[in-house]
Write a protein that binds this ligand. Structure first.
Ligand code: XMP
Length: 317
């Protein structure tokens, strides 16, 4: 019978046999899948694993610093790369959602590849692919593929001429979380909501600027911390804030304002394929709206997204 512990033991052995004394690189994202993959490989091959964590300038507030620290505390051999300005430069003036995704994906590959090349004799690229990703990439050839290009780093292994190792390939998300628990990874990390590879880049509708990133990071941090403080975070499958390309009129003191709108989004789902908007308490929404408008310079209006998937998607781009 399958247990997380038996999976860990068997997989560590398999990895040791397969990889021997080869060197492996892995891109960490702060998410559950790549983190569990890293810890599993670290158990198997220790310092022959190098993890690379890229700051693409589109992460949540303080995410790069905090997540890098927690990886270091977990004993992982991790390199943090600050590539914010490269991503922001290439995204300047780009408004088309698919083009934004492509630029973000391409930049990630460039940054990751350059960093991996500094490590001598790397033979393998490890990826946190899980079973639903395998299925999704099969359907990439089907008609649904054109809805959104989800694959973040498709093309990475080919470009780098590396062999691919994907130890979580046959697991579902809940199994990945259980394996993570068996590996003593903190619940705080294992319980994290999914977050898209292109990050805040697809939650800033229209073009991305550093100032918009700042605004969205502030508003998103208020919302996510609010969910945690109100005991709602674990009841929601995914939540975030979207910065709309809309200004509207408001008043602040005696002054007329003409500032930005954000939408709050919180959904219940099991796999992201379908999703229902969550009936968050009005008191909570009222509090979030007040805090965001009072504390985030540049935002004067907050709306709540009450659309389910389908026909809406979870992300707005
Ligand atoms: P949608 O918006 O299609 O999102 O309902 C379903 C799930 O996928 C995530 N998502 C992405 N994840 N790269 C990713 O890694 C992407 O380009 C991407 N687009 C959407 C989304 O956050 C949700 O969990």
């Amino acid at each position: 019978t399958w247990t997380p512990l038996s999976f860990v033991e068997a997989t560590v052995k398999e990895l040791q046999k397969k990889l021997g004394s080869d060197k492996v690189v892995l891109g960490l994202s702060g998410g559950v899948d790549s983190s569990v993959t890293a810890v599993l490989l670290n158990e198997a091959i220790g310092s022959n694993l190098t993890c690379i964590f890229v700051d693409n300038g589109l992460l949540r507030k303080d995410e790069f610093k905090n997540v890098l620290h927690s990886y270091e505390n977990m004993g992982l051999n991790v390199i943090g790369v600050d590539a914010k300005h490269k991503f922001w430069n290439d995204l300047r003036g780009i408004t088309d959602p698919e083009e934004k995704r492509k630029i973000i994906g391409r930049n990630f590959i460039e940054v990751f590849d350059a960093e991996a090349k500094k490590i001598k004799d790397v033979k393998w690229l490890a990826q946190g692919t899980i079973y639903p990703d395998v299925i999704e990439s099969v359907s990439v050839n089907g008609p649904s593929a054109t809805i959104k290009s989800h694959h973040n780093v498709g093309g990475l292994p080919e470009k780098m001429h590396l062999k691919v190792v994907e130890p979580l390939r046959l697991l579902f998300k809940d199994e990945v979380r259980r394996v993570g628990k068996a590996l003593n990874i903190k619940q705080e990390l294992l319980g994290r909501h999914p977050f898209p590879g292109p990050g805040l880049g697809i939650r800033i509708l229209s073009d991305v600027t550093p100032e918009k990133v700042r605004m969205l990071q502030e508003a998103d941090a208020i919302f996510v911390n609010g969910l945690k403080n109100w005991g709602l975070y674990d009841k929601v499958w995914q939540a975030g804030v979207i910065l709309l390309p809309i200004q509207s009129v408001g008043v602040m003191g005696d002054e007329r304002t003409y500032e930005n709108t954000v939408a709050l989004r919180a959904v219940a789902s099991t796999d992201g394929m379908t999703a229902d908007w969550v009936h968050l308490p009005y008191d909570f929404l009222a509090k979030m709206s007040n805090e965001i408008i009072n504390r985030v310079r540049g935002i004067n209006r907050v709306v709540y997204d009450i659309s389910s998937k389908p026909p809406a998607t979870i992300e707005w781009e």
